[in-house]
Design a protein around this ligand. Structure first.
Ligand code: DQQ
Length: 707
């Protein structure tokens, strides 16, 4: 475990507690040299810290700040010069006093469980030296019945530290408890292991062995001067390095916009600025689960090749967005890029503003007067939920009639989901102007998120997300109310919380396509969520048109084209195989069922069907995956659409997006497990299907530096 000449300095504030005694004894048994170093000695300058390869502060008692006091700068400078520091249990709380991170763990206490507890490693770091000796991501380090003090990040994230793992409690994964963190400080490193460690107890069980392996490895890594994780705030390159670690995952989309690792949900703040397209997105750097929401950022010159940019917005520990920077939009305020987003803190969620002078839109300054709207309209009964005192969030802003106009999503008690309208002379001073639309009909949903109003020329389009679906309305605004002429679903699959970008006389819309697999599978994958491909929206003859953005054609690589493929009661396979493909088919069918098989394994054990039957287009997922229990089909009516059926399909890892007759869309997720589940076929049952045209392209990656 340790090199032969390693010296560990065992830090302590006062007399050693029984737990500290036990930890020191263990360390003496495994490391060549372990010396006690008291904080008062460090403060007085009487110890030369540079004689140690690593310092370890293991503290079970509550941490009191004066105990660190004058020792803090000495320890900080030691690390900065290249030293290593392990902070375990409650010592992890000292990161702020030590100057390592302004945000300290928000959860501390003592726990005793009747099951083994320990660490849940992040998959992107599981192959790093320290962790590779463990079998799997779950490492139990504490015996049942042992009392273990803890300090960990639960509702907040460190500002500079990279979370390396969550917790386990018996069989249960605790994704939101982050006790394992790494920091880079100058030339050195700080590691935190804030829970599930108790040396004062049985030493022969499996958890005790793994506890020793974990702590020993962390100390040995520090002593060797190795760094773990990527430092935060991360550069775009750091995020790209993280992304590369996930390269081998065949279920990971390659030309869709995904998070570098960890969690992504809604697209936010879409804007073209200085000839570059910026997409921000709801991002949790803590792991692949929703929580501690930041704004991730990606940039593109051509709408299809993307680069990771550093995280753009982070919660401010003292701000109204302490618990998350939720969805919002970007506005060009007379040359000043401005964001309006929802800040969450405790049970309240309120609008916040941020601006920038950075031409790359990387860094943002929050308005010191946030929240800019102090409460939801007083005369409305905005619904409360388990988490929020008033469901009031998400923003759409534009200029009209010499004033700023803003929409916010909400729900009104006893009525339904609502879009609330505000107007303002500037972007920080808003007046409530009444509801634009209230969903007071059966099935409208009680809360409307992410409202957006788009002017499509001949008509206006309003869309809202009601937890289940994205509903769109065509019509117009009269006297401040939306007059609905048409109401329908924007997507018949799983697309959610979309947002649009206006430029070159058209709207391009991206939505979030969430995972359909469970949280554990997402943790194991190391990432969650993808954005859709950009869709062009327009209105023609009173109907909504949705087409894939023509720019996507730049991704096309090899091409195959078939004409007049006649399939009667049979099936025909193609030579072209792939997990990142575009298909175009023109289909006439009088068969009972006709369609296309995608993500097919050669023996047909894994297979997803896109089938036309009985006036519907159905994505059959019953055989899509050997591993996932996602089997429910996704359905879209097509009986009233013109014939033949013009289908465009975008397949990418675990994503499937369908466009039918440029009118209706269905976006969903499937999880083929086998590397050879990349086959394609067409088929017809009980009748004949004629594929007048069938084209196929392999598509390149969105993340290639040199496309
Ligand atoms: N996602 C955001 C909210 C929004 C929801 C939070 C929709 O602002 O209402 O991550 O997915």
């Amino acid at each position: 475990m340790f090199d032969s000449a390693v010296r560990i300095g065992f830090l302590h504030a006062a007399a050693l507690s029984p737990e500290q005694h036990a930890a020191r004894e263990w360390c003496e048994a495994v490391a060549p040299v372990v010396e006690r170093v008291s904080l008062p000695e460090v403060a007085s300058g009487s110890v030369d810290l540079d004689r140690y390869d690593a310092l370890w502060w293991h503290r079970d008692a509550v941490l009191e700040s004066p105990e660190i006091g004058a020792a803090a700068p000495e320890i900080y400078e030691y690390v900065e010069r290249g030293g290593g520091l392990l902070l375990s249990l409650r010592a992890l709380r000292a990161v702020s006093e030590l100057g390592v991170d302004p945000i300290a763990p928000d959860a501390t206490g003592v726990e005793e469980a009747d099951v083994p507890t320990g660490y849940l490693l992040k998959s992107i770091y599981a192959d790093r030296g320290v962790f590779e000796e463990f079998d799997g991501l779950r490492v139990a380090t504490c015996e049942p019945g042992q009392e273990a003090p803890y300090a960990r990040y639960e509702r907040v994230l460190p500002e500079r530290g990279e979370p390396l793992g969550g917790g386990i409690h018996g069989e249960e994964d605790r994704f939101h408890q982050l006790p394992l963190v790494s920091w880079r400080v100058g030339e050195g490193s700080v590691l935190g292991a804030g829970s599930a460690l108790a040396f004062d107890g049985p030493a022969d069980g499996e958890p005790a062995t793994d506890r020793s392996r974990l702590v020993g490895s962390l100390l040995a890594t520090l002593a060797r001067g190795e760094h773990l994780g990527t430092p935060r705030p991360r550069s775009g390159e750091g995020l790209t390095a993280m992304r590369e670690r996930l390269d081998g995952d065949p279920q990971r989309p390659s030309y869709h916009l995904t998070p570098p690792a960890n969690w992504l949900n809604d697209p936010n703040g879409l804007i073209e600025w200085n000839d570059r397209y910026h997409v921000f997105y709801q991002y949790n750097p803590g792991g692949p689960m929703h929580g501690t929401i930041h704004w991730g950022h990606a940039v593109s010159d051509d709408l299809v090749h993307w680069e990771d940019e550093p995280v753009a917005l982070s919660p401010s520990p003292d701000g109204p967005d302490r618990d998350g920077c939720w969805s919002g939009c970007a506005i060009d305020d007379g040359g000043t890029p401005t964001l309006l987003y929802t800040g969450g803190r405790g049970r309240s969620q309120l609008p916040c503003r941020a601006t920038t002078t950075d031409p790359g839109l990387r860094t943002w300054e929050k308005d010191p007067n946030n929240p800019i709207i102090p409460e939801p309209p007083a005369d409305l009964e905005v619904i409360a939920s388990e988490h929020w005192e008033a469901e009031f969030r998400d923003h759409c802003v534009w200029r009209e009639g010499g004033r700023w106009q803003q929409l916010i999503g909400a729900g009104i008690d006893g009525e339904g989901g609502a879009v609330l309208r505000y107007t303002g002379d500037d972007l920080s001073d808003w007046e409530y102007a009444g509801p634009l639309l209230i969903g007071d009909w059966e099935g409208a949903g009680g809360m409307w998120e992410c409202p957006e109003l788009l002017d499509l020329g001949e008509t206006q389009l309003l869309h809202v997300s009601n937890y289940e679906d994205v509903i769109y309305f065509l019509g117009g605004v009269e006297d401040g109310r939306f007059r609905v002429e048409t109401r329908a679903l924007l997507d018949h699959g799983d697309l959610y919380a979309p947002q649009s970008l206006f430029g070159d006389d058209r709207y391009l819309l991206w939505g979030w396509i969430p995972e359909a697999r469970d949280e554990r599978a997402q943790w194991e994958a190391g990432w969650s969520g993808t954005l859709s491909v950009p869709r062009e929206l327009s209105a023609e003859n009173g109907e909504l048109r949705q087409r894939p953005a023509p720019e996507l054609e730049a991704l096309r690589r090899s091409h195959a084209r078939h004409v007049d493929l006649d399939v009667a009661d049979g099936r025909r396979e193609f030579d072209v195989r792939g997990r990142s493909l575009e298909l175009r088919a023109t289909l006439r069918s009088d068969a009972e069922e006709a369609g296309i098989g995608v993500f097919e394994s050669p023996d047909g054990v894994e297979r997803t069907s896109i089938r036309l039957t009985d006036g519907e287009l159905i994505v059959g997922r019953e055989d899509s995956s050997l591993a996932e229990s996602v089997v429910s089909p996704r359905r879209m009516p097509i009986d009233d659409l013109a014939r033949p059926i013009e289908l465009r399909a975008f397949l990418d890892g675990s994503t499937l997006e369908l466009f039918v007759n440029e009118r209706r869309c269905l976006s969903t997720r499937v999880y083929p497990t086998r590397p050879d589940s990349d086959g394609l076929s067409v088929y017809a049952r009980d009748g004949r299907a004629l594929f007048e045209e069938f084209e196929l392209w392999e598509l390149g990656s969105a993340w290639d530096a040199d496309p």
